[in-house]
Design a protein around this ligand. Structure first.
Ligand SMILES: [Cu+2]
Length: 143
């Protein structure tokens, strides 16, 4: 009887485990953007490596006066050279594979975008003139 009870208890625990499993929940990646015109700027992810699958990027513009945006692109590898148009002070987005963006984030505003991430290397950046060069870029690894 004891072992039967134990088996029942195990089965119950397994059942609860399945119910509580986050397998189908999207990974939340928090992105904080900051920096004012003419100064250093930043784009920070709260995690650099995430599991493949559905993801939600929650983006916050912490700047006081500067508008920002967030673009997600998939790289062929972690060392891929990012095509920069130096005359325009922007990344040449047409040469990259974009998975979407959160655009026109006013100072203090938040936004989000969903993406289904396959294993690989990604770049997250802001492509408002000069912002990529000022530091608004971060790599994300998906495995
Ligand atoms: Cu920006």
């Amino acid at each position: 009887m004891f072992s039967a009870n134990r088996m029942a208890a195990s089965a119950l625990m397994v059942g609860l485990g399945v119910l509580a499993s986050p397998v189908f929940a999207a990974t939340v990646i928090n992105v904080v953007e900051d920096g004012e015109g003419g100064g250093a700027m930043s784009l920070k992810l709260d995690q650099q490596t995430v599991a493949a699958g559905p993801a939600v990027f929650k983006v916050k513009n912490d700047a006081a006066t500067e508008e920002h945006e967030m673009i997600l692109v998939r790289l062929t590898n972690a060392d891929e050279a990012i095509p920069l148009n130096k005359a325009r002070h922007r990344v040449d987005e047409k040469k990259l594979r974009s998975l979407g963006e959160v655009s026109d984030l006013k100072p203090g505003a938040s936004g989000e975008m969903k993406a289904t991430l396959k294993a690989g290397n990604y770049l997250v950046f802001c492509n408002i003139k000069g912002h990529y060069e000022a530091g608004m870029q971060a790599q994300l690894k998906v495995q």
